[in-house]
Design a binder for this molecule. Structure first.
Ligand SMILES: Nc1ncnc2c1ncn2[C@@H]1O[C@H](COP(=O)(O)OP(=O)(O)OP(=O)(O)O)[C@@H](O)[C@H]1O
Ligand SMILES: [Mg+2]
Length: 447
């Protein structure tokens, strides 16, 4: 059996599902019970009422049959009918309906007709078309007798009162259940919101509340959040500690190298060692800058992404980079929450790469209902698909000889950008620019 269609029509939210679980069984049980009960109840009441009425009718028919003459029968009926509350008269056989008559929706009428027929078989026809009266035709020795009495004496009135009452109570109970349910679901929704915000790198105040299970999940979430924050902090501390401590021996090394007596034999080697030491110094500086920036990456803010990107591009251009803003949805389209300092660094790194490895860069901003995409494209050599993952790793420099003339980086730019995106719950994607032919680096931020 395939239940995929069921999944399609089921409510997706916790509210809808809980309401379904709560309401469907209750409504079903109530409906079944009330229909069965009401039907039985009214059937029995109608039958009993009809039966007690029938004794009187049987008496009237009996008297009419037993009278010695038509006139005597008439007189006997007048005597009898009034105190019994019946209206009795002789009618012409032509007015008698051919079959029993009742309105289609008159369900207790079935029971009335059924009971009369089983108790007094000689009845010719029963007419229930007038909702307020029962007309019964019975042949006696002196002609066709029509007996009329109010319908209220054979079936219970106002059967709908019970239904209305039940409906009102059901609605009331459902409303109360919904209110309780909402209180139970609120803590779950708050936990979900806090977890989502944390995934996007935003700190949101959260305090566990609600049922024990939800509270346990909330406490576990808080502990996990604290552990992660501690880990990031430790990583930064260690990084800055090591880089800082490495500086002094490196300086000593550089000094020592410059003091070495130079001979034609050693000159080459000393120069190579000095280059190595200089590179190590650059690495240590990058490390320190990275650690420092991470520690001061600032708070999140709600900003217009287009205006933000335009500002970053403008700043880059002022420092001499060949970069233009290619496409941007009109300002004021949407506001997004992110840490502007960190995002600026990520974007600067990508623009820096594009202008270092290519000759010009273009930045575009796209807004979709689910995400913000900032794409940086260039006309450089690009990165082959199988090397893209490697390029994202820290200290990865692809093909360094190729970029010799443009000044060596340390290979941290892309990995820092990817890290920043990850901490916002987004990703950094590398691809090939269709328009410029070089690399296209895409920052994807969930909305
Ligand atoms: N736009 C690009 N076009 C071609 N190759 C690129 C581009 N961006 C990055 N690369 C390659 O990926 C490698 C890693 O880039 P990354 O930005 O991480 O380091 P880097 O630019 O070498 O140094 P840093 O950015 O730390 O100064 C680069 O060395 C380069 O070979
Ligand atoms: Mg770089």
């Amino acid at each position: 059996m395939n239940f995929a269609w069921l999944k399609q029509i089921m409510p997706r939210g916790l509210y809808g599902r809980a309401a379904l679980i709560l309401v469907v069984p209750i409504v079903t049980i109530q409906l079944v019970v009330s229909v069965v009960f009401i039907q039985r109840h009214f059937e029995r009441v109608t039958r009993q009422m009809t039966q007690s009425m029938l004794r009187e009718i049987a008496l009237v028919i009996d008297r009419a049959d037993g009278a010695p003459s038509a006139d005597a029968a008439q007189a006997a009926l007048i005597d009898l009918a009034a105190p019994l509350g019946l209206d009795v008269a002789f009618v012409l056989p032509a007015v008698v309906p051919a079959t029993d008559q009742r309105p289609f929706a008159d369900l207790t009428g079935i029971v009335v007709i059924d009971t009369i027929r089983s108790e007094i078989p000689q009845v010719a026809a029963i007419d229930l078309r007038d909702g307020a009266k029962v007309r019964l035709y019975a042949p006696v020795r002196w002609g066709m007798l029509r007996i009329t009495f109010p319908r209220g004496t054979v079936s219970a009135s106002n059967p709908h009162q019970l239904l209305v009452l039940m409906l009102a109570v059901s609605v009331l109970m459902t409303v109360i259940a919904y209110l309780f349910l909402r209180n139970q679901l609120r803590p779950i929704r708050r936990l979900a919101r806090a977890a989502e915000a944390f995934g996007k790198g935003q700190a949101m105040p959260y305090k566990p509340s609600g049922a024990i299970e939800v509270r346990a999940a909330g406490t576990a979430f808080l502990e996990m959040r604290a552990r992660l924050e501690r880990q990031i902090e430790q990583r930064t501390l260690m990084l800055s500690g090591i880089s800082h401590d490495l500086r002094t021996p490196l300086t000593r090394l550089r000094l020592g190298l410059s003091m070495l007596p130079e001979t034609p034999d050693t000159r080459e080697e000393i120069a190579a060692m000095e280059r190595d030491v200089a590179e190590m110094g650059k690495l240590v500086d990058a490390f320190l800058a990275f650690a420092r920036e991470e520690a001061t990456s600032g708070d999140a803010a709600r900003l217009d992404p287009c205006a933000f990107v335009a500002q970053v591009v403008e700043d880059a251009r002022r420092t001499g980079a060949q970069v233009t803003l290619h496409e941007c949805p009109g300002p004021g389209q949407a506001l997004l929450t992110f840490r502007p300092d960190a995002m600026r660094r990520a974007l600067d790194n990508l623009i820096g790469n594009a202008t270092r490895y290519g000759s010009q860069a273009e930045v575009s901003v796209f807004l979709t209902p689910k995400a913000l995409r900032i794409v940086v494209e260039d006309d450089g050599p690009g990165i082959a698909p199988e090397r893209r993952e490697e390029a994202l790793r820290p200290f990865a420099r692809l093909d360094p000889s190729r970029n010799q003339d443009r000044g060596q980086g340390v290979g941290l730019g892309l990995s820092i950008a990817a890290d920043i995106l990850r901490s916002h719950g987004g990703t950094l994607r590398l691809g090939e620019s269709a328009r410029l032919g070089g690399l296209s680096a895409e920052l994807v931020l969930p909305r």
